[in-house]
Design a protein around this ligand. Structure first.
Ligand SMILES: Cc1cc2nc3c(=O)[nH]c(=O)nc-3n(C[C@H](O)[C@H](O)[C@H](O)COP(=O)(O)O)c2cc1C
Length: 299
């Protein structure tokens, strides 16, 4: 009886230590970094929601010299305006990320200052090697979009895999951030066909994670069965086949080594790869009626 109790205790200890491991793993997603700069806490609040949802590491970009309310005022002699007007201004960052290489995905958040990112974001992007890292930019602003800032800062980390950015208003709702997060799990790539270049969203699975590593990639696709363009990848990808009825704009992996993009419907066993969000008319005019050469790239 005593022996049984000892075995039971050992079993319980093993079980509990296993549970603890799982909890710890969920506590922090070591691949994801959420780096943000914020002076009046709007961007910080977005960053905190991303942190709670993704379990990534939250990291504040702390200026060596803090910004006082006067520094970020709208007066002609404010520090922020002075920095904005000096293209070489790179305000120093007080803290450093020692294990930067551990992160694959970086959410990068900042407030919009004069339709641009604050110069300290320039400092941040020039401080680390972002090659092949996925950057998901987000910002808060009174009314400006994120576009102007992205046009200026993308070139500072040109080898990164920049994802579509997201702007939130100063009084955003938590649900908006959550709904964006649920959709930003996809990777954005570009499809070039002739003179057309369109955005395509990849689903997140083993096949697309491997596919991304092979980009840029040019495929020769043949028209087939009046509903698809199909061609060999030249290599195999991991499959996760399911019986799918495809819609126009969706693209899939067939037989583990064939790429298929649909302009019509078909039901077959495929691994989903992603989707282009354009109208059927646009899709038809881009794909045309014959064979096509398609280049998939991150840029
Ligand atoms: C110096 C400065 C410049 C700003 N410029 C703009 C702007 O060009 N467009 C805009 O919509 N909002 C602008 N804003 C408003 C901020 O983008 C907005 O309040 C933001 O949410 C602040 O983020 P934070 O609380 O994380 O610092 C500016 C704010 C400051 C302090």
């Amino acid at each position: 009886m005593k022996k049984i109790n000892i075995f039971l205790m050992i079993f319980l200890i093993i079980l509990l230590s296993g549970c603890k491991k799982t909890l710890n793993k969920n506590e922090e997603n070591s691949d994801i970094l959420i780096a943000y700069f914020s002076c009046t806490n709007n961007t910080k609040r977005v960053a905190q929601i991303i942190h709670e949802k993704t379990q990534g590491t939250l990291w504040e970009i702390v200026p060596e010299i803090p910004y006082t309310p006067d520094d970020i005022g709208y007066s002609d002699d404010s520090r922020a305006l002075f920095e904005k007007n000096d293209p070489d201004s790179r305000p120093a960052i007080k803290n450093t990320i020692d294990n930067f290489n551990d992160y694959e995905t970086i959410y990068l958040g900042y407030p919009i200052w004069w339709d641009d990112a604050p110069r300290i974001i320039y400092t941040f992007l020039e401080s680390y090697d972002f090659s092949n890292k996925k950057i998901i930019p987000f910002c808060t602003s009174g009314s400006s979009s994120i576009t102007g800032s992205l046009n200026n800062i993308k070139g500072l980390a040109e080898n990164a895999n920049w994802q579509e950015g997201k702007r939130f208003s100063e009084n955003f709702k938590e649900e908006e951030v959550i709904s964006w997060l649920e959709n930003s799990e996809v990777n954005m790539v570009y499809f070039s066909i002739g003179s057309y270049k369109i955005k395509a969203n990849l689903v997140d699975n083993e096949a697309t994670r491997e596919l991304i590593k092979k980009l840029p990639l040019t495929l020769e696709l043949s028209d087939y069965a009046g509903n698809e363009k199909v061609g060999p990848l030249g290599f195999s990808l991991p499959t996760d086949n399911e019986q799918i009825t495809t819609n126009p704009g969706e693209f899939v992996l067939y037989n583990g080594n064939q790429f298929v993009i649909f302009y019509g419907h078909n039901t077959w066993s495929y691994t989903r790869l992603g989707k282009v969000d354009i109208s059927l008319d646009e899709l038809n005019s881009i794909l045309g009626s014959g064979d096509v050469s398609l280049t998939i790239s991150l840029e």
